[in-house]
Write a protein that binds this ligand. Sequence first.
Ligand code: UD1
Length: 422
Amino acid sequence: MDIYRIKGGKKLSGEVEISGAKNAALPIIVACMLADGESVLRNVPDLMDIRTIIKVLEFLGAEIDFNKEKKIVRIQVNKIKNGEVPYELVKTMRASVYVMGPLLARTGEAYVSLPGGCAIGERPVDIHLSGFEAMGAEITLEHGYIKATAAALKGTSIIMRKISVGATANLMMAAALAKGKTILENCALEPDIVDLGNFLIKMGAVISGLGTDRIEIEGVSKLNPVNYTIIPDRIEAGTFLIAGAITRGNITLKNVIPAHIKSLTETLGQIGFDIKEDKNSVHLGECRKLKGAMIRTLPFPGFPTDLQAPVMSLMTSIPGISVVIETIFENRFTHIPELRRMGADITIENNIAVINGGQKLSSAPVMMSDLRAGAALIIAALGAKGTTEIRRIYHSDRGYEKLSEKLSGLGADIVRVKGGNP
Ligand code: UD1
């Protein structure tokens, strides 16, 4: 298995181009199954998770061509071959459960292995399933597989018990082809959901309320294949901004939507970093006197849980006390033992981490436990004294495109060592 070897202490500088959003591309690729014919998606990042969802769709009979250089995915749907979506595909990525909505809507049945994904807590799918039930589906769980059947999905009113990005996306896709009107309440407001909604509207779906907590979908009998460009990845953008900050660098993100990372740029501003925004770029410049900050992870537009681990690495370098409260996932502090091995002073009380920052971390062999914990370790290593070796980097391949190339382009001393972890 490959490892990253990072020599810390280099100030990052220059420009970095942000890729398309993984969490928007995943449901949009799946939503192509809602229409027969060829859909063309642009700005699709080349990531392990994208390759996995493509395999899932190919398993279901779609013909897919991914031009990785041009970042264009062509998806041809003729006949859907409905079968058990195997554990081997679903175990690596929870978003595979997205196929349930389109499969139910188009074929009246779906068999999907209960998902796996990041090791960040329980992550059940009950909100997806109870939504399908409310629309008339029958759900059973057998041998680790979810079986859903519905003669015809019917629009209805659904109040989701908790804000869920995945459930909002899945139910929107199912409702687009259901009979009658579906009203979804307590919806996720994430830009990825708005992007999926805009894609569905382009296909011919009748949707209002995107970006609010109440989305109304008037079902139609048929959708059409379309061409669509995926929004930029706000989590990748945030990760680079934090990487720049820990090195006290001077970097510009290109191809971003500044409003999507407002909660992060505001936090960086409170800490004392100078941030400038333009229409599609964000610049991190000189820092003033730095001081600790407090963040609480929340659904969008609050501080994203996916940037919690990366920002905690930064906080270890900021003089004074910082506080991080994780409210979305119950087991999302797995980066902390690794950061402590690099010298971080962090105490945990339930879902609250208190960071006593200001000391430079020092290199140590560390291991990624999930995608965003992995990003936190890379950031820590960029700011640390000495050379850090990071193992299990397949986690970061799931969600960061050309990570070492992009960081090297900003002046980081990072190499990916092939087979570095025998
Ligand atoms: C998505 C993102 C992930 C991000 C997360 C929260 C994708 C592919 N992944 O994950 O990067 O960290 O949103 O912003 O877009 N829950 C239930 N029952 C359900 C569904 C969710 O209890 O049926 C809970 C989860 O355990 C969690 C919370 O709801 O505590 C939010 O989860 P959700 O928004 O669904 O996350 P994902 O869609 O899996």
